[in-house]
Design a protein around this ligand. Structure first.
Ligand SMILES: C[S@@+](CC[C@H](N)C(=O)[O-])C[C@H]1O[C@@H](n2cnc3c(N)ncnc32)[C@H](O)[C@@H]1O
Length: 330
């Protein structure tokens, strides 16, 4: 698994390389997204994770219309500022992409989408802004919610979940080998004082996990909690169920992921919906795949180029996979 989200906090990378871009968020694999999704005038795109609007901006510059979703109010404000010049070709809605079908219906949008993009995970702004509580190197409230409107914060989880559930989260979403020790330590400490800040938690984890590499000992635990707080994998699975039905035949669907848990879900979904034939040992011969929906355009995921990684180290862990929706008779 890759933990660059936390290791490449803008504050840290600036110390390493002063050419690191600053700003709300630097979009990754932008040229690759444009080349594969082929935005053009008259096409309607869904950007399910509009963030700072970097990818949407490029889709709009190529003449497409975009419906941009984000569950984070800050992101929508930033995207609104950046994309205002495109007038009514951009519509921004505060929503989880798992509810994309409902959003399109509420907008009265009945056209099939010409393409869709998900760039999942957190933005640099979310990671860098101490008050959002994602950053283990910056003290702030232990929050980690992408959507400021709803849901339990990371502090709610560490202060209330049973130890066994914390162990599961740290193992499943962080692949943390010392999950049980960390959860027991948290359980002991929270009886004395509830966890309130990122530094409280980082210190508790550091007291159990020795620092061995360049990575902060709490990196895996922070990532696991972030995934749990935002139900990131559940939202991705729901988005994969919802979005294909919204695509017009020939439309392309691209997904950028930043760690192996997400990439595995996308890889398997795209493969299962793209293969023409299925073969099982118990069958006398292969059968046609009744769930085939797509043509797979990226048998191997697309990674950032060496040049992009040099300019934006966070792109090092990005993987782009793209499929094209088949016509009904294909
Ligand atoms: C990596 S950033 C996207 C950056 C964006 N592509 C750009 O060019 O600036 C991820 C964004 O997706 C949002 N996000 C993550 N999961 C989401 C979900 N399930 N539904 C809606 N927004 C989500 C986050 O709030 C964050 O703003």
């Amino acid at each position: 698994m890759n933990f660059l989200d936390y290791e490449d906090l803008p504050g840290l990378t600036l110390e390493k390389a002063d050419n690191t871009p600053r700003g709300y968020h630097v979009p990754v694999l932008v040229d690759e997204v444009v080349a594969l999704l082929r935005p053009a005038p008259g096409m309607l795109f869904l950007d399910g994770t509009v963030g700072g609007g970097g990818h949407s901006e490029r889709l709009l510059e190529h003449g497409a219309e975009v419906i941009g979703l984000d569950q984070d109010t800050d992101a929508l404000a930033e995207a609104g500022r950046k994309l205002a010049r495109f007038g009514d070709r951009i519509r921004l809605v505060e929503s989880n992409f798992r509810d994309a079908a409902r959003v399109l219906e509420e907008l009265g949008e009945r056209r099939g989408l010409g393409g869709a993009l998900l760039d999942v995970g957190v933005s640099s702004h979310q990671l860098d802004e101490a008050s959002r509580g994602f950053a283990l190197m910056k003290d702030g409230p232990l929050d980690m919610r992408m959507s400021q409107q709803t849901g339990s914060s990371a502090a709610d989880l560490v202060n209330t979940l049973p130890v066994a559930e914390l162990v599961r989260i740290f193992r499943e979403f962080g692949e943390e080998p010392r999950a049980a020790q960390v959860a027991s330590r948290i359980a002991a400490l929270r009886t004395q004082h509830p966890f309130e800040t990122t530094f409280d938690l980082a210190a508790a984890v550091s007291s159990v996990i020795p620092k061995t590499s360049g990575r902060h000992p709490a990196t895996r635990v922070f990532q696991a909690l972030r995934i749990a707080v935002n139900d990131e994998l559940g939202a991705l699975r729901d988005g994969l169920k919802e979005i294909p039905a919204l695509l017009a035949p020939g439309a392309r669907f691209g997904i950028i992921t930043f760690h192996s848990l997400e990439d595995r879900i996308v890889k398997h979904f795209f493969r299962d919906r793209s293969q023409e034939w299925i073969d099982r040992p118990e069958w006398p011969e292969p059968r046609r795949n009744p769930d085939r929906l797509f043509r797979l355009l990226t048998p191997h995921p697309i990674d950032a180029s060496v040049d992009e990684i040099r300019i934006n180290p966070r792109s090092r862990s990005a993987k782009l996979r793209v499929v094209e929706k088949l016509a009904d008779n294909q």
